[in-house]
Design a protein. Structure first.
Length: 292
């Protein structure tokens, strides 16, 4: 009885984990309205899955799990929240990948205890812990990631998608993973290598583009600084010219007064003083280097 109850709780918590994490990874806001929509979808999904399970049996229903749960969830997120279909697929596959935390730790507990009760109890506890961690620390990052262009999304979603196909092909639809075939066991390592190479190639090109943009930005900044200096120089020259006009008007008035009084000798001395004063303002060039 306890084992059956734990099995039902485990199935429900795993289903809710996948639905809510897939939505929150995309950027669905954790408000009551969205909680209600996601719970309603979960109830409808459980109803159909339960009926299929009654009519066809558990083994066949588990094989239909992608058709009964994952694909409807992708369509629900796509139609209800208007996210791109590619983002919805990657989000669901990523949530499925995150479910493996509870699976692996549950299998570890089962190996140690040989008791299925500990397997399901551990999985339920780890599911809650994983959900809290992803909701608290990861979902904001994934919101930014899943809003990127399709080219980058394909790279991000490559491994979750490959693992999804690999896991169903080798454990749900067959027993290849447990057959001991070396090619099957080494396949995920091969997939990781491909994903890493694709990541390096694409992001190297992106890095080059960013470097070009940065160099162009630095050049534009230098040009703007040069233009700003020229504007400041023109403004300073304008102020100096204004001061010179004022001084020149003052000097001419003094000279006019002296000439009207027939004081030609004081006028000559005054003109010489003005000339000497302006000679002192001349900047002598000692080098052809403009910086010096």
């Amino acid at each position: 009885m306890i084992l059956q109850l734990l099995t039902v709780i485990h199935n429900l918590t795993t289903l809710l984990f996948g639905i809510f994490i897939s939505a929150f990874f995309l950027g669905v806001k954790p408000i009551m309205k969205n909680f209600g929509k996601l719970l309603l979808f979960a109830l409808v999904d459980v109803f159909f899955y339960w009926n299929i399970n009654l009519f066809t049996g558990t083994a066949f229903a588990n094989q239909l799990y992608p058709v009964l749960v994952h694909f409807p969830l992708i369509l629900f997120l796509f139609l209800c929240y208007r996210y791109s279909l590619l983002s919805c697929c990657i989000s669901v596959f990523s949530a499925y990948l995150c479910c493996q935390f509870s699976n692996w730790i549950g299998l570890f507990a089962l190996t140690l205890t040989k008791n299925p009760v500990w397997y399901y109890s551990t999985r339920i506890a780890i599911t809650f812990i994983t959900f809290f961690f992803l909701f608290k620390f990861v979902r904001r990052t994934t919101q930014t990631i899943f809003s990127k262009e399709n080219k980058e999304l394909v790279i991000i979603g490559f491994l979750p998608f490959i693992y999804y196909i690999f896991d169903y092909a080798t454990t749900k639809f067959s027993h290849l993973l447990y057959s001991g075939n070396k090619a099957v066991v080494e396949f995920m390592s091969f997939a990781f290598c491909i994903a890493y190479l694709i990541f390096l190639l694409v992001y190297y090109k992106e890095f080059e583009k960013k470097q070009e943009i940065r160099q162009y930005s630095d050049l534009m900044e230098i040009q703007l600084l040069s233009i700003q200096k020229e504007i400041d120089q023109v403004r300073n020259s304008k102020q100096e010219l204004s001061i010179l006009r004022h001084d020149m008007r003052h000097h001419l008035n003094i000279l006019m007064t002296l000439l009207q009084e027939d004081s030609t000798e004081p006028a000559r001395k005054y003109i010489k003083e003005i000339g000497d004063a302006y000679d002192e303002t001349i900047i002598e060039r000692y080098s052809r280097n403009e910086m010096i």
